[in-house]
Design a protein around this ligand. Structure first.
Ligand SMILES: Cc1cc2nc3c(=O)[nH]c(=O)nc-3n(C[C@H](O)[C@H](O)[C@H](O)COP(=O)(O)OP(=O)(O)OC[C@H]3O[C@@H](n4cnc5c(N)ncnc54)[C@H](O)[C@@H]3O)c2cc1C
Length: 406
């Protein structure tokens, strides 16, 4: 099979940049055009709510490649440019402004956009979101001046922002509609670890609290109470940017539906990163994962598949967070349709533990907090699908590797 003449990468984030790199690593010598809406070179987003927001790292540290790399590898960059339409049968994309680009293979890597708060007053200048490096710059400036910060949403980004705001010296209230933070992600026992951590650092929480409106510098809750803040940060989740795929007639369910080879319902169009609802061979279902590791690792598989080579993405979902002195890694994904229980090896109060999500006596996900170099073992345990004995699972004297072998 001859290589495609032109490959267009729609989206200018980590996934698009890694796809360009993987195509060249695979020996592809044809034309690569990367079209990205932001005017910045593709970069990684995790530092935007962590060390970069806290002024502890520079942009270069998380820029995927410098400009010279794209030049040397013959990757055409169209930054500050947007793909506004895909004509799948004509094999062309249209950019804002009307320019058309032909493609032989198209990779969609358009990522996510923050879910907006729609209550009255939510469009004020003091209401900030966090997705781009420009957002992070704006927020960092605001935190430096703020005495009081209100954060709407106790998800990962809300909590990481709370840590940064406390470090900047502001009083912080986190407003959450659920009764605990991270409810959907980790469940109550682990959620309590994060609540206690933030409370120890002076963060106040308003749980079971729905925002009715933003009235100038006040966040007004449904019960009429008011939380005053100079800066209000909204972190209520993200939505995959699937508009292009939908308009092009591709199958879209939770994200753009792709097989394990990351190919969409159109033979010549592929999707990776936050937008991809990819069939996972181990989990036996389609999963869409809004995590950095997916954007990092899926493009290698998509690049191979776009070049007509065998490829299948079967990495387990992986996520990390850093908040104050807590570092966490999480691998796997519990089956949402089956009962689960969380069992813990180590000390929750000391925030040094491994938590296992157990379903039908098998481990389907694991989280290590302030314990390192265990994700190879936890992933092997999940992959083994082996029934585990709970007493051995929680016993720190039983090496994790023994649980897989025995
Ligand atoms: C503040 C923050 C902190 C995070 N921290 C973590 C973390 O600690 N751990 C973790 O695992 N994950 C984290 N994530 C998630 C992780 O960053 C994402 O999963 C990852 O960025 C997804 O990469 P992507 O390339 O698919 O999409 P994106 O990074 O969203 O990039 C997509 C790019 O495509 C552009 N685009 C969209 N539509 C078009 C179009 N039509 N034409 C041209 N360009 C377009 C967008 O403007 C964007 O620049 C964090 C995310 C944020 C925002």
């Amino acid at each position: 099979m001859t290589d495609p003449a032109t490959i267009v990468l729609a989206g200018g984030g980590l996934a698009a940049a890694k796809a360009a790199e993987a195509l060249r690593d695979e020996g592809y010598e044809g034309r690569i055009v990367l079209v990205g809406r932001e005017s910045h070179l593709p970069y990684e987003r995790p530092p935007l709510s962590k060390d970069y927001l806290q002024g502890e790292t520079e942009r270069d540290a998380f820029t995927v490649h410098d400009e010279a790399w794209y030049r040397e590898h013959g990757v055409e960059l169209r930054l500050g440019a947007e793909v506004v339409a895909v004509d799948a049968s004509g094999h062309t994309v249209t950019l804002a402004g009307g320019e058309r680009l032909g493609y032989d293979r198209l990779l969609l890597a358009t990522g996510s956009t923050p879910r907006r708060l729609t209550v009255p007053g939510a469009d004020g200048d003091n209401v900030l979101y966090l997705r781009t490096v420009d957002d992070s710059d704006r927020l960092r400036d605001a935190l430096a001046k703020a005495d009081r910060v209100a954060i709407i949403g106790a998800g990962w980004i809300g909590l990481e922002t709370a840590a940064a705001a406390r470090k900047a010296g502001a009083a912080v209230t986190v407003i959450e509609a659920q009764s605990i933070p991270l409810a959907a992600a980790v469940g109550s026992a682990i959620s309590e670890v994060f609540t206690a951590l933030h409370r120890e650092h002076g963060v106040e929480f308003a749980f079971n609290a729905r925002v009715r409106e933003i009235d100038g510098s006040d966040v007004v809750l449904e019960d009429g109470s008011r939380i005053e803040a100079d800066t209000i940060v909204v972190g209520v989740g993200a939505l995959p940017e699937v508009g292009l795929a939908e308009a092009a007639g591709l199958t879209v369910d939770d994200g753009v539906t792709v097989g394990a080879d990351l190919r969409t319902s159109d033979l010549d169009i592929f999707a990776v990163g936050d937008i991809a609802g990819a069939y996972h061979p181990l989990l036996g279902r389609h999963v869409r994962v809004e995590h950095w590791a997916n954007a990092l690792n899926q493009p290698v598989v998509a690049a191979r598949a776009m070049l007509g080579r065998d490829a299948s993405y079967d990495n387990l979902p992986y996520f990390f967070t850093d908040q104050y002195d807590l570092g966490m890694e999480y691998v796997g994904l519990p089956d949402p349709d089956r009962p689960r229980r969380v069992v813990v090896r180590g000390d929750l109060d000391a925030r040094e533990f491994i938590a296992f999500w157990v379903q039908d006596d098998r481990v389907t996900a694991a989280m290590n907090v302030n314990i390192w170099d265990v994700t190879d073992d936890t992933q092997a345990l999940i992959w083994s699908k082996r029934k585990v004995d709970q007493a051995r699972l929680v016993d720190p004297d039983v090496p994790l590797s023994d649980l897989t072998d025995s």
